[in-house]
Design a protein around this ligand. Sequence first.
Ligand code: ADP
Ligand code: MG
Length: 661
Amino acid sequence: MAHNSKHKQLVFTIKDRCRVCYTCVRECPVKAIRIVGGQAIVISERCIGCGNCVRVCSQGAKVYLQLKEEVMELLQSGKPTAACIAPSFPAEFIELDDYRQLVGMVHALGFDMITEVGFGADMVSVAYRKNFQAMKSSATITSDCPAIVYYVEHYHPDLVPYLAPFVSPMVALSRYLKHKYGDDLQVVFIGPCIAKKAETDDIDLVITFTELRDLFELQGITADNTLAREFDPPYSGKGAAFSISHGLLQNMDVEHDLTSGDVIVAEGRENFKDAVHEFAQGKLNVRHLELLCCEGCITGPGMSIESSKYLRRSCVSGYVAKKMENLDSELWQQQMREAEGIDLSNSFEPLDRRLERPSTEKISEVLIKMGKTEPADYLNCGACGYDTCIEHAIAIVQGLAENEMCLPFSIEKLHQSIEKLNSTNYELATAREALKQSEKLAHMGQLSAGIAHELNNPLGVITMFSNILLDEAKDPAIRSDLELITEQADRCRKIVGGLLNFARKNQVRHTEINLKKFVARSLQSLVIPNNISIDLQTDMEDPYVYMDHDQMMQVFTNLEKNAVEAMPNGGILTVVLKEKKDEIEILIQDEGYGISEEDMEKIFTPFFTTKELGKGTGLGLPLCYGIVKMHHGKIHVQSNNNPEKGPTGTSFVISIPRVPK
Ligand code: ADP
Ligand code: MG
């Protein structure tokens, strides 16, 4: 075949319109549609131009190569032109009472000559008949449907020698016309087919009936404003019925006996593939394999109307019946004699486009990635556009498909995302709560620092002078009062000192500390009642940590003291040291009465205490908080005070960077 034009991209995707339903993938007989980033792209090299994807896309996201403008340019060029109308035209222009109206309209576009491809079918049928009669053992696959030809060349290259070595009716007619009117005659084929746009360079331009209707509209051409006229010769005979199924066979005039089984007609997306497949396997004992990609050309993708296959069929057969009634058979035979010398030969090249089947390991690797670990997981639901999960997996390895096309896989991923989102939301809420708390504490810190600073000097004066007075005083009653004053002034100083710590006014002096020993000492400095036992777990590989010795001692003793005070009836005080990546973690846990949810928010607030007057100051935890923050660490509490919800108790976890930041 003289088809340099074969690599023309015939079908395109309009990205914005594609809603990734994978219907095109499902309907493509050769899997020429690649899904990339959730977008369907037609792979030109694999496409056979059947137009199934164009027909099935409900969003109009698939469009085929349009050549209307080129046709208009040609008509304006002044060159001699011939329109060749495909035999399926009566099925498209159902609304016209008389075919001559259509001929008149095409003429109004500017064509010099309007002819019927049916005559080309008459010519080709003769070649097929002779071939069939001459053939004894070998078989022929019809080559009049270009999509079938591409299919065989690309996907069954070993069957190329079986393709009938003849041109299509379209090319036959064009050769007849050029033979008669000269090579500069420009031939435009108008029909129901997309694949024909890439069939051959013999034809100058190919447009569909849909494009023809667009041209009529553009030019304002209607049946009412044009003069009806007859087709130009050559007039077709039975070839006019070519577009209906079995059309070629009928025209070949061969005795086709159902019992002999040497003729098979297969049409439509599934059927033609099955037939080729079985033929390739040597299962079929046939001489004539008539294959069409559509169910007769009358169902081609370049038709614009929505009507049933059978209505279309009856329109064409009605047209042919009338035609045969009025046929001037002498004139027809004379035309056929004229056509005898015209070369109808054609040849085909294998163009292998088959993809290698991936190894079983590769396939199962992909299946596992999609969560399909065993055959029971292969739902074969077809949602991805592939019939089976294995076919989908193969396509993924071949770079044609993506995991996300698998519906169960995507739903599972969605579930996971929702879960992640929920947990992130939860974390966010917790973080927000913590931020609120720390902002509050920061404000408190500023206020306390201010007060503490102002109180510090007068307190110093009180302490100093009350001590001087105490030294001088002799009267026991006065001495006792003065002692009380110094004692309470001292207490005030401690409180003020605590406030200053909380307010981070202090500096941190990092020194290297052996945490194991450090914790043991902190516990020794406490008064621990007999009913409380201590569980100390200091299993550390490297016990050395940098922190402020005195400040951290305050943190440990405060937390341990709180734990002891929370267990008036005894229990276990657990202290655990843990090593994290760059941090150490200290857990201080008790089995005490716990903290109510309500109090939980307040425990770090200065002066908040639930202990009786004189016992608690409410400064322990704010102090711990301030010190831990100064060490760039974190402090967390967990508590339960409700025996119905399980054992009560509280645990504080502090984490501190091992080395200062
Ligand atoms: P204080 O111990 O002087 O009351 P803190 O700042 O150390 O002040 O503690 C504040 C409050 O937090 C305590 O009064 C108590 O209600 C609560 N609290 C702290 N630690 C614990 C604990 N381990 N178990 C129960 N409640 C605790
Ligand atoms: Mg305390």
